[in-house]
Design a protein around this ligand. Structure first.
Ligand code: NDP
Ligand code: A1CAB
Length: 285
């Protein structure tokens, strides 16, 4: 079957961790060929050489070539840090054609601010993926500007469904998606770090503590997915009355585990909003 991305020239404007995660994911799933992809950054040539070597994609650091690639791309993926976004988007003004599809992964940056910075009304897909996209297990939130047509929606969905699951949401929910799943892997990693540390402090070897922790997280997530049962129900099955799990959960709840988790997710979402507002203020015109 012909891929939805067939014939598209995709330019990754920003070549950091999330750009690499997406590229690796879509190449592994064979929904695009390396020849369709160009990755560019500001000036880190070493990074580009590594990406070229690993994925056989085109890369460029040369100003004129970058401009040409940006002009000729049918899809431009904006993947720079929020602090670099205003300048980069303003730099695109003179290069953009109205039919080019813009896909942003930048936290907090609204469709409205992008249109203002680009001084254009190109179709825009605002996304929030996460780093697990690298292995095809990403979780992406996505919303569309009103002028993204059905084919362009399919293109964006195909790209991100190739690297995990996608939730289409209203733009107002994008910052909350960032708090839950964009930053989410880091919360789980912190929990893993803590469980490993606890194991080591209690006498397990580092390897034992790590193996047991990794498999526990993997197994728990897979149980939710494969049994279709709710986390609360599955938790109940682990928790024997008066047993060890109950003792642990009581310790977590005595320290406001649930409240702290909610606070953390909401703080991340609020931070996304703050970053977006900051980018908006950097508009030079
Ligand atoms: N990391 C994550 O888990 C996620 C990140 N995001 C979003 O993705 C974006 C990128 O994050 P991440 O990949 O972690 O960041 P990185 O720091 O790893 O990468 C940023 C990239 O942007 C490039 N860049 C900066 N300014 C420009 C410019 N003017 N022109 C071209 N390239 C430029 C940098 O190039 P150079 O090295 O040469 O400076 C670098 O390649 C952020 O906006 C973030 O909010 C979204 C979801 C998850
Ligand atoms: O920490 C950040 O700002 C980015 C956005 C989501 C994950 N990483």
């Amino acid at each position: 079957m012909k891929s939805t991305l067939a014939g598209q020239q995709i330019c990754f404007y920003g070549a950091g961790s999330i750009a690499e995660a997406i590229v690796r994911g879509i190449l592994d799933k064979h929904i695009a060929d390396p020849e369709q992809i160009t990755m560019m950054n500001r000036n880190n040539q070493e990074r580009l050489s590594l990406l070229e070597q690993k994925y056989h994609v085109h890369t460029t650091n040369d100003v004129l070539t970058k401009e040409r690639v940006l002009r000729e791309a049918s899809i431009i993926v904006l993947a720079m840090k929020p602090k670099d976004a205003a300048e980069a988007l303003e730099g695109l003004r003179s290069l953009l054609h109205p039919q080019q599809l813009i896909i942003s992964v930048i936290a907090g940056l609204s469709v409205g601010t992008m249109q203002e910075l680009l001084a254009a009304t190109n179709p825009i897909v605002r996304t929030m993926p996460n780093t697990s996209s690298t292995i095809g297990l990403g979780a992406t939130g996505m919303c569309f500007s009103t002028n993204v047509n059905a084919i362009q929606q399919q293109i964006a969905l195909a790209m991100f469904e190739a690297i995990g699951v996608v939730s289409v949401v209203e733009e107002a929910q994008m910052d909350m998606v960032t708090g839950v799943s964009g930053s989410g892997p880091a919360y789980v990693y912190l929990m893993m770090e803590s469980m490993i540390e606890a194991g080591i402090k209690g006498g397990l070897s580092e390897e034992q503590a790590k193996n047991l922790t990794v498999q526990t997280i993997l197994g728990a997530a897979s149980m939710v997915q494969l049994t279709g049962e709710n986390p609360a129900e599955l938790r109940r099955k682990v928790t024997s009355p008066g047993g060890t799990t109950q003792a642990a959960i009581e310790t977590l709840q005595a320290n406001q585990f649930t409240e702290v988790m909610i606070q953390a997710v909401h703080r991340a979402a609020a931070r996304a909003g703050e970053m977006g507002a900051l980018i908006g203020r950097e508009t030079h015109h």
